[in-house]
Design a protein around this ligand. Structure first.
Ligand SMILES: [Zn+2]
Length: 167
């Protein structure tokens, strides 16, 4: 399937909208999930939130062991307070990477396209980082909202320079 949906980049206002709950998994939601997976494969990403292709709905997709999962109405909870600070990137913030503090372990729950509810602990730091990153998108946040305002300004300046936009 030819994917027509572009990945939105900052400062597109849809990226700062809080996601709406998915009430019913209909064909529109299934099509959206398919598009999200296609886009993620094309760019070799690990995860993508619906708002990143223009639909502020509470869903994201993620890749785990070469398999794609669709997480609908997800929740991500920390299970301890240990923090890791690792570099991450975002498809909506092309050209920059930044060190972002994240909880090492989280617990994730979501329903899939078939309506099955999943609850799982995530103790791999990389996966925990990804889940927190995608959850930020559903809350209308970007990765740099997790750093100090000083660091955020530095990142914004770098982003503007790399992407050559004025504002
Ligand atoms: Zn992102």
């Amino acid at each position: 399937m030819e994917s027509a949906m572009k990945i939105l980049t900052y400062p597109n206002p849809i990226l700062s909208m809080p996601a709406k709950v998915v009430d019913v998994v209909d064909n529109r939601v299934r099509d959206l999930a398919e598009q999200m997976i296609e886009r993620t494969k094309e760019v070799e990403g690990l995860g993508l939130a619906a708002c990143q292709i223009g639909e502020p709905l509470a869903m994201f997709i993620f890749k785990e062991n070469n398999e794609f999962w669709v997480a609908i109405n997800p929740n991500v909870m920390k299970v301890n307070s240990s923090i890791r600070v690792e570099e991450e990137g975002c498809l909506s913030l092309p050209g920059i990477r930044a060190k972002i503090p994240r909880f090492n372990q989280v617990s994730v729950n979501f329903t899939d396209l078939g309506g099955i509810w999943h609850l799982r602990p995530v103790d791999s730091g990389t996966m925990a980082q990804m889940f927190q990153h995608e959850m930020d998108h559903l809350n209308g946040k970007l990765m740099w909202d997790n750093v100090s305002s000083l660091n955020r300004d530095v990142l914004r300046r770098r982003y503007k320079k790399v992407n050559k936009f004025k504002r």
